[in-house]
Design a protein around this ligand. Sequence first.
Ligand code: GTB
Length: 216
Amino acid sequence: MSITITAFERSPDGGKGLARDTRVRWALEEAGQPYAVRLLSFGAMKEAAHLALNPFGQIPTYEEDGLALFETGAIVFHIAQRFAGLLPVDAHARARAITWMFAALNTVEPPILDLFTARILEGDKPWAAERLPLVGDRVRSRLRQLSARLGDADWLDGAFSAGDLMMVSVLLRARSSGILAEFPNLAAYVARGEARPAYRRAFAAQLAVNTAPPPG
Ligand code: GTB
């Protein structure tokens, strides 16, 4: 069995863990599975060979013995189902951990992505100053709810799971706005995720790609 994922040849964040291959690397590290990485330029992502793997021309993708997947949610879910270490054995606890994966991607991530777009991609637009507070408050509202649920627990539902992996990954994207720091228990939750040896290996691997001198 061999696993190959795709990642940016040069990530816009310089390999600081924000590109989504980090989530897949992290899941594979938690599961103790070795993997190879095929690095792609923005151009190569839009070519036929990659579009056959991901119709949207994006990274990451995942290949394993004839199986090809795209979408980090589906990939991490597959890894968590296939290998031990990311989902509880108890059926109810497993279903709840999967629920947290969906909550991260469908309920918490959308306002965080809107904020990232408003701040970084549309920050110079004439409407930006008016829109930013609205978008920021939508993130605050979600994080307030999540913070209340987490309370002083280490993880969202008992032991660390793929639900936490996804939620920490999503929250990391909110850190540069300063809003994550308004919720100390969530900031500590993210720090706990980042401190996991598997996360550190995933982060280091992505950073190494982006700090390596260009070939030739
Ligand atoms: N829903 C898909 C998934 O979850 O897999 C979304 C995949 C996706 O957005 N991929 C991005 C991509 O391939 C890279 S991760 N973009 C290239 C393109 O669309 O042409 C998003 C990302 C990129 C860069 C940063 N950054 O530098 O801060 C953060 C996140």
